[in-house]
Design a protein around this ligand. Structure first.
Ligand SMILES: [Zn+2]
Length: 388
């Protein structure tokens, strides 16, 4: 018998057998709480106590929820039918006063119990597992089923799918993501990729996570930029990535993707932290329209080669970024074509190339304009390689 001195009180608790059994869930293995409760009640009666056993529907703790589990499970199975998934997890919410009542009762009888929520999760999990044939997964389920017993409400949280790839952007007029700022612009890298992915996965929304970004007017060429496209609430999880690639590339929207593979939420964090060296090609022009002195330009880039420059946050982005002074290494810079004239710059991640050329009113030092002795700006800029 229980090592308790309040057996009289335990007998008088108006509880169903299951809830009386759950108070001692950690005692004796291989029994359900219902069986455990019956054992406890027989023992109490054998000791001469009168047990205040109530039917489950009148029990103040479970309030008959276990009689409803099959109905919950049927409803969940029905609602999950439209989704493709491999694993699920159940999370139950129980009202605060039931939780408090349960907690104080468990303390009173030795703290040997388990929570009502845990038993509901386990029992619905069993029903759902056998009805659906899917796995119970605590760490990273495809579908999280949230049950609110107070309002008899079932909420499904569908894990997004994540697809890794690299993109090339061949246009100078589309932003990477769907910012409000560009709401008049129809295409974005995000929408060109995301619309197709969302359509194939039958999802409700999409988000592009890029390993950095280029300006709207900058093309992204060469080996492309890493990204992960996330599709929210997908009904289909096993989409054909080769087909997705073809669909995106054949739209001819100036966005090409390659190397698609399935990824995880952790990969989003990883690619957002990448700090690759990038190689740019910039076509230059003087602000006043005069030709750029090639000799001076050649000398200026020799002076910048291998140097660390200081860049205060550019005026054009200062509204959205904190005002800091960064130092960035210009790993390589050389003349590409005297006639255009254009330069190749290889620089640390986060270098503002436009400001390296213009000087941004002295906020970037040293800079090409000062070194050449002419106000120079970039006419066209491309990222031509990301060194990874
Ligand atoms: Zn009960």
């Amino acid at each position: 018998m229980m090592p308790l001195d309040n057996l009289q009180e335990l007998s008088e608790e108006r509880l169903c057998s299951r809830c009386r059994g759950r108070l001692f869930a950690s005692v004796g293995h291989g029994l359900s709480n219902m069986e455990r409760g019956r054992h406890v009640e027989y023992a109490l009666e054998a000791f001469g106590y009168t047990v205040a056993r109530v039917p489950e529907k009148e029990c103040p703790i479970c309030r008959g929820i276990f009689c409803e589990l099959q109905a919950y499970s049927n409803e969940i199975v029905r609602r999950l039918d439209m989704y493709q998934y491999k694993s699920f997890l159940i999370g139950t919410t129980v009202s605060r006063d039931i939780l408090n009542m349960e907690k104080s009762m468990q303390i009173k009888y030795g703290g040997m119990g388990e929570s009502l929520k845990k038993e509901i999760n386990r029992e619905i999990g069993k029903l759902l597992g056998s009805a659906s044939g899917k796995e119970f997964d605590k760490s990273d389920p495809d579908i999280m089923v949230k049950i609110d017993t107070t309002y008899m409400n079932i909420d499904l949280q569908i894990k997004s799918i994540y697809i890794y790839g690299v993109y090339r952007k061949l246009r100078r007029d589309i932003p990477q993501t769907r910012w409000i700022k560009y709401s008049q612009i129809k295409d974005t890298v995000e929408s060109v990729i995301g619309e197709e992915a969302m359509s194939m996965a039958d999802g409700t929304n999409y988000f592009l996570h890029g390993a950095g970004r280029e300006d709207v007017d900058v093309r992204m060429l060469g080996n492309g930029r890493e990204f992960i496209i996330e599709v929210a609430n997908p009904k289909v999880r096993s989409i054909d990535l080769e087909n997705l690639k073809e669909r995106i590339n054949s739209k001819n929207k100036g966005v090409e993707v390659d190397n698609l593979s399935f990824a995880t939420k952790d990969d989003v964090v990883r690619i957002k932290d990448e700090r690759y060296v990038k190689k740019y090609r910039a076509i230059l022009e003087s602000v006043n329209g005069d030709p750029i002195d090639t000799e001076h330009l050649q000398k200026a880039i020799e002076q910048l080669n291998g140097k660390v420059i200081y860049q205060r946050t550019p005026l054009r982005v200062s509204a959205s970024r904190s005002d800091l002074i960064r130092h960035r290494e210009i790993k390589g810079i050389y003349l590409d074509d005297e006639d255009l004239p254009s330069i190749i710059v290889e620089a640390e991640a986060g270098t503002y190339i436009k400001e390296l050329v213009s000087g941004d009113d002295g906020r970037t030092t040293p800079n090409l304009s000062d070194l050449v002795g002419q106000k120079i700006r970039i006419r066209e800029l491309d990222v031509i390689e990301i060194e990874r």
